[in-house]
Design a binder for this molecule. Structure first.
Ligand code: PLP
Length: 477
């Protein structure tokens, strides 16, 4: 017999530590622990708002939790559910009316778990044909609502910010290529600009800084960007040829105002400018027949963004990005690496690689929760749920009209209501909102309107009721 010291044992790749064995082996107890938590969370009739957290408090909860040997899952889940989650405001509470709330459908939330459990990625047709085709079916539903041509397409990205950035990179590079073809190489270094209104979302300004394009800021009368205002700004400008794109908003985040899409889009067409519409918040209104006419002209877009994680009831994070001519986006965003050659065919076989339509590579198939919910619930349920917020905003506006100490600042078009409490300062709005949150009655944040701090309600959740709003308005007396 040969001793161990002279012949090395053949190396074993079997995990030795119990924690390592555990990590990738089926674990019934863990499955039930987490699924029970999820099932409980999904059956709460009205999600509580919960409270903001203090740094010292959350630091104390987390202190020392990361260890070499790991910790029992039940204990960790308990720390999360009893302590950490209490410092996370529930955006899906029907009493959350700050910023933009969230109200994912049960079907979408549950399917989000499937996307995770099945490691569903959505990079390429080669790797994920079924997932990609299903996501594209959901994108087509949105494209149809915007009356985009059959060839339109795109991908789901993490949010409106990522969508605006990806689209405007395509706008810039497409314009640059055309300028170079027309004017020669020196056009490669020409400063380019994008026309935006003074109401454009902060992510659009960020995008311009990232992609090194200057804004042509068009002042709006009454906060709405019109074709007339764009034409006047271009006519008064010393270098209109450098303005290669224009961004309109279909539902401003602050007030829900839909720009003059037909007017702005028509001028963009006339002058060969790229027309991008940021519908991150309000794009969902396309499905509400009561306001559909306000979106007239949306069919002129070159690119369009809408966030299903806002008003299309999908979980975070999910934004739909569509292009009229996806090949232009593909030419800009396709990543070229030898190890990726396998996902690109030149043999004419069908390929749709979502990765080619934005500045990402690896991506979660984040459009699938929306797809599942849409197919399960049907399109009528979506239309009704969206209409709910519009009807509610109008009803709240009438309550405000009827209260002598309140003033409506603008007739709501979508689900946003801006109002003034006569005599209140910014500190009064803050104290009021703090009290409502402390009492778990509502989460509201004030906003600024024409230089003044004012009250704002933002409605998304179909379970938000007029009674809840009456209760809150009564506290302003
Ligand atoms: C929310 C919003 C964005 C940003 O979207 P994210 O999903 O937060 O990145 C952009 N534009 C408008 C009009 C928005 O409402």
């Amino acid at each position: 017999m040969v001793s161990d010291s002279t012949v090395p044992a053949s190396p074993s790749f079997a995990p030795t530590r119990p924690s390592q064995q555990r990590m990738h082996t089926p674990d019934d107890r863990l499955v039930h622990l987490v699924l029970d938590y999820v099932s409980e969370r999904l059956s709460i009739p009205e999600t509580p708002l919960d409270h903001p957290g203090q740094k010292a408090e959350v630091d104390a909860i987390l202190d020392g939790l990361v260890t070499r040997e790991g910790m029992d899952a039940e204990k960790v889940l308990d720390i999360y559910s009893e302590h950490l989650s209490k410092t996370v405001l529930s955006a899906d509470s029907p009493r959350y009316w700050a910023f933009i709330p969230s109200a994912p459908t049960k079907a979408a939330l549950l399917f989000d778990m499937v996307v995770s459990a099945a490691s569903l990625q959505g990079i390429s047709w080669l790797e994920a044909a079924g997932a990609v085709a299903a996501e594209n079916q959901a994108l087509r539903w949105i494209a149809d609502a915007a009356r985009l041509p059959a060839g339109a397409g795109g991908t789901f990205v993490s949010g409106g910010s990522a969508g605006n950035l990806s689209a405007l990179v395509v706008a810039r590079d497409t314009a640059r290529r055309r300028l170079v073809e027309r004017d020669g190489e020196h056009a490669r270094h020409r400063r380019l600009r994008i026309a935006v209104s003074d109401q454009a979302h902060s992510s659009v300004k960020n995008t311009m800084s990232i992609i090194d394009v200057d804004p042509l800021v068009v002042r709006t009368a009454d906060h709405r960007f019109t074709g007339e205002a764009l034409r006047a700004a271009l006519d008064a400008d010393g270098d209109p040829g450098s303005v290669i794109a224009v961004v309109a908003t279909s539902g401003t985040t602050n007030a829900g105002i839909i720009d003059d899409l037909r007017g702005v889009g028509t001028i963009a067409r006339e002058r060969g400018m790229w027309f991008h519409v940021d519908g991150a918040y309000g794009g969902a209104g396309l499905f509400a027949s009561s306001v559909r006419e306000l979106y007239d002209g949306i069919e002129l877009v070159d690119s369009f963004v809408v966030d299903p994680h806002k008003w299309l009831f999908a979980p975070y994070d999910c934004a739909a990005l569509l292009y009229r001519e996806p090949r232009l986006a593909k030419a800009v965003h396709t990543q070229d690496a030898s190890y990726l050659d396998a996902i690109h065919h030149d043999d004419g076989s069908y390929e749709w690689n979502p990765t080619d339509y934005a500045y990402h590579l690896t991506r979660r198939a984040r459009g699938l929760p929306l797809w599942f919910s849409l197919v399960v619930n049907g399109t009528d349920a979506y239309a009704e749920a969206i209409e709910h917020s519009i009807t509610l905003a109008t009803a709240v506006a009438r309550e405000i009209d009827a209260a002598p100490h309140l003033e409506l600042l603008r007739e709501p078009t979508l689900g946003m209501v801006l109002f003034r409490r006569v005599g209140w300062t910014a500190a009064d709005y803050d104290a009021w909102a703090a009290r409502l949150l402390k009492d778990q009655v509502a989460f509201i944040t004030s906003t600024s309107w024409e230089g003044e701090t004012v009250g704002r309600f933002s409605f998304i959740h179909p379970a938000t009721t007029l009674e809840m709003l009456r209760e809150v308005l009564a506290t302003t007396v």
